[in-house]
Design a protein around this ligand. Structure first.
Ligand SMILES: *Cc1c(COP(=O)(O)O)cnc(C)c1O
Length: 374
């Protein structure tokens, strides 16, 4: 029998999460952001869940090629644009729209030979200070692009640094508006957090929204709000089983570094899941986990292949009992990935993207057989 860990992917949840984005986005069109291999889910594996999007956005040209191979004829946007001049040839061949965030990319376009003028998304740095032209340089970049025969439509794009938090987006929206108000073209501003928290404003929804993390069933502003608040469902479940149990006496310790010491007699379970599966090693004692759908916590350090859980709330748990590390558990129970990430001092994005290759993956509907054999 194989090791009992597995990841379940739920394309139906992805599709329903995209509908949540749509409801917040009014009549804006919807990019599903599928960078990092669909945030670790695997583009091909969750493909049916993506078909309700209006466009697919990613960074990697290989991923763009893969969605064309899957038969996607709709818009494809490269969020960081081209990395070298010959990337433009692939853009011409596969009809990829690409971000232009730097003068160098305009130089490459000016030297590019193509019969098919490109649609580009000119990126403004409205305060993130990662990619894009500042307000002072945006207009000259636009004018340069507009003069190129290689360029067709020019759209405008910017990215928010604080859509999930107290600083918010007003300062960036104002900077974007000041720099672009008299330029023609479609606009895209909002990531997941802005879609959920700020898209009641028409200039924030604009023409296109970019739905990333929310599509996969993680709340971008956790712990202020959780997925239940936003009506989102996990697109990934990581589950395993107990492979051993131990009974501890007061003073007994658990695992490497003896990081947990029992204060009273207790039973613990050993789960076939460790950091080599993508579970965060930084998750401390107290990180939430479900055993047979009952909420309990981890105890002690996470090992490479195992971790330990407190069985006090689940006295009937035995070797073989089902353990939900995140996602959907049996009988309708849910452990949002955000809770695990938060306990480990990180974000849901990182955990999804870090699902390890050695974990077998199955694609199943959210409602289907969540208590079936692993
Ligand atoms: C990753 C990314 C997004 C999606 O961000 P989420 O927070 O996952 O919604 C949107 N726009 C750009 C430019 C990105 O790089």
């Amino acid at each position: 029998m194989p090791r009992p860990i597995e990841a379940l992917l739920h394309p139906d949840a992805l599709a329903s999460n995209l509908q949540v984005a749509r409801r917040h986005a009014g009549d804006a069109r919807l990019w599903a952001v599928i960078k990092a291999n669909a945030y670790g889910h695997g583009i091909e594996r969750i493909w049916p869940g993506l078909l309700g999007a209006d466009g697919l956005a990613m960074l990697d040209l290989d991923e763009a090629q893969r969605v064309r191979n899957l038969g996607w004829r709709g818009p494809v946007l490269l969020l960081e644009g081209c990395f070298e001049p010959r990337d433009l040839e692939l853009c011409s061949r596969l009809n990829l729209w690409h971000v232009v965030h730097h003068e160098t990319q305009i130089d490459w376009l000016a030297a590019h030979k193509t019969h098919q003028p490109h649609r580009v998304f000119l990126k403004m740095n409205s305060g993130m200070n990662r990619l894009g032209f500042t307000g002072a340089h945006l207009r000259s970049a636009w004018t340069r692009l507009n003069a190129l025969p290689q360029v067709d439509e020019i759209s405008l794009v910017t990215h928010f640094s604080d859509a999930d938090g107290p600083r918010g987006i007003a300062h960036q929206v104002a900077a974007f508006h000041a720099a672009t108000h008299d330029l023609p073209g479609e606009r895209s501003l909002s990531n997941s957090a802005a879609i959920l928290r700020h898209a009641e404003a028409a200039d924030v929804r604009a023409d296109w929204v970019r739905s990333g993390i929310l599509s996969y069933g993680s709340a971008p502003d956790f712990p202020e709000h959780d997925i239940a608040h936003w009506g989102l469902a996990p697109a990934m479940t990581l589950r395993s089983r107990l492979i051993s149990t131990q009974t501890l006496q007061p003073g007994d310790t658990v695992g490497y570094g003896s990081r947990f010491r029992a204060e009273h007699p207790m039973r613990i379970g050993i789960v076939a899941c460790g950091y080599a599966d993508g579970y965060p090693r930084h998750a401390p004692t107290g990180t939430p986990v479900l055993v047979d759908g009952v909420r309990t916590t981890t105890v002690g350090r996470v090992s490479m292949d195992m971790l330990a859980v407190d069985l006090t709330p689940v006295p009937l748990a035995e070797v073989g009992s089902e353990v939900t590390l995140w996602g959907n558990g049996p009988d309708g129970s849910v452990l949002p990935i955000d809770e695990v990430a938060h306990a480990a001092g990180t974000i849901g994005y990182e955990l999804m993207c870090a699902l390890a290759l050695r974990v077998p993956v199955r694609v199943v509907d959210s409602a289907q057989d969540m208590s079936g054999s692993a």
